[in-house]
Design a protein around this ligand. Structure first.
Ligand SMILES: NC(=O)c1ccc[n+]([C@@H]2O[C@H](COP(=O)([O-])OP(=O)(O)OC[C@H]3O[C@@H](n4cnc5c(N)ncnc54)[C@H](O)[C@@H]3O)[C@@H](O)[C@H]2O)c1
Length: 282
C-alpha cells in the first residue's frame, strides 16, 4: 500500500506505524520521536541528498536503511552555481533594473568575466566536483577547502586544496557545498566577511545555518562582498525579516530552495529512489 501525504506533520505521526518504508523530501522531520512510532520501518528514501531532516544515529540503532538520491540532482545545482556566478559577476540584474527605469547605466556599472577568476569551493563532494568541471570550462581557477578529499581525487580533478582562511581571502567567488553538521553550522560568521579580500560573490546552495542570510546583507551593505546568491535558509519559507531587506539596488539572487530541483532531476531522483526501494524489498 502506498500513501502520499501532502500536509504531513500531524498525519504522519498518526499513520507512520502502518508502513515498512517512507520516502521524504527535505521538510519532513524524521526525528527520534516520530521514528519511535514505527517499530517495523525498514527503509527511508530521501528525494534529495541532505540528511539533516533525518535522525541518522537513531536509524542506525533501529536498523533502518536510509537511502539518499546521491548525485541525482547535482547537475542541476552545479548549473545553478555557474548561472548565478555569471549573472552576478556581470551585474546583470543591476543593468536590467537601471535600463528598464530608463537610466541607461552603461558606464556607471562594471561587468566582469568568469574567465580567470578564482572560484573557492567549500566542500569538494558530489556537487563541488560538478561545479569544478563546469567552472574550468569557463576558464576559472578552482580551489577548495575540504580536509576529507583524497590525494587521488585531488589529482584527478587537478584541484588545489587550501585552508578555509586562505580560500576566503583569495577567492573571487565562494560557493558552499557542505553538509550541515556541528562543524559547518555558522561556519561563515559576520566577522568572516572582513577576511575576504576580493569582495567576493557568495553562493549558498547547500544548507541554511552554514551562514546567516541576514549577515550577508550586512556584509553587502558594508561593501565587503559584491553580490550573493542564496537558495537555502535557516527557516524555509524565508522570513519577512530577510526578504523585506532585499531591494533592486542589491546585486543578488534569492531563490526558494530550487537549485537541485529541475524537471530532469525530479525524474532522476524519483526513479533512483523507487528502484532502490524495490531492490531493498526484493
Ligand atoms: N539547494 C538544493 O536544492 C540542494 C540540492 C542538492 C544538495 N544540496 C546540498 O548541497 C550540499 C552538498 O551536497 P553534496 O551532494 O555535494 O554532498 P557530499 O556529501 O557529496 O559533499 C560534501 C563534501 O563536504 C565535505 N565536508 C564535510 N564536512 C566538512 C567540513 N567540516 N569542512 C570541509 N569540508 C567538509 C565532505 O568531505 C564532502 O566532500 C549538501 O548540504 C546538500 O544537502 C542542496
Amino acid at each position: 500500500m502506498i500513501k502520499i501525504c501532502g500536509k504531513i506533520k500531524k498525519k504522519l505521526a498518526n499513520i507512520i506505524n502502518e508502513y515498512d518504508a517512507i520516502i521524504v523530501r527535505n521538510k519532513t522531520q524524521l526525528n527520534k520521536k516520530i521514528l519511535n512510532k514505527n517499530k517495523k520501518l525498514k527503509f527511508i528514501g530521501r528525494l534529495g541528498v541532505g540528511l539533516d531532516n533525518i535522525d541518522i544515529k537513531h536509524c542506525k540503532k533501529q536498523k533502518i536503511y536510509v537511502q539518499p538520491a546521491t548525485g541525482m540532482n547535482s547537475d542541476s545545482v552545479a548549473e545553478y552555481v555557474i548561472s548565478s556566478s555569471l549573472h552576478l559577476i556581470k551585474n546583470i540584474s543591476l543593468f536590467h533594473n537601471g535600463t528598464t527605469k530608463g537610466l541607461w547605466p552603461r558606464t556607471i556599472l562594471n561587468s566582469r568575466e568568469l574567465n580567470g577568476k578564482i572560484i573557492g569551493l567549500l566542500g569538494f563532494g558530489t556537487i563541488g566536483k560538478k561545479v569544478c568541471k563546469l567552472a574550468k570550462n569557463f576558464g576559472a581557477k578552482v580551489i577548495s577547502f575540504d580536509p576529507y578529499v583524497s590525494k587521488s581525487i585531488q589529482k584527478k580533478f587537478n584541484i588545489k586544496l587550501i585552508s578555509f582562511k586562505k580560500l576566503i581571502k583569495i577567492s573571487d567567488i565562494i560557493s558552499i557545498h557542505l553538509p550541515l553538521n556541528k562543524n559547518t553550522k555558522n561556519l561563515i560568521k559576520l566577522n568572516t566577511y572582513s577576511l575576504m579580500k576580493k569582495k567576493p560573490i557568495i553562493i549558498n546552495s547547500s544548507r541554511g545555518y552554514i551562514l546567516n542570510e541576514n549577515d550577508l546583507i550586512k556584509a553587502y551593505k558594508k561593501n565587503l562582498i559584491s553580490g550573493f546568491a542564496i537558495d537555502v535558509f535557516k527557516k524555509e519559507p524565508v522570513e519577512k525579516n530577510f526578504y523585506n531587506k532585499i531591494d533592486k539596488s542589491i546585486n543578488c539572487i534569492v531563490t526558494p530552495h530550487i537549485a537541485g530541483v529541475t524537471e530532469e532531476s525530479n525524474v532522476r531522483v524519483s526513479d533512483f529512489i523507487v528502484n532502490k526501494l524495490i531492490k531493498f524489498f526484493k
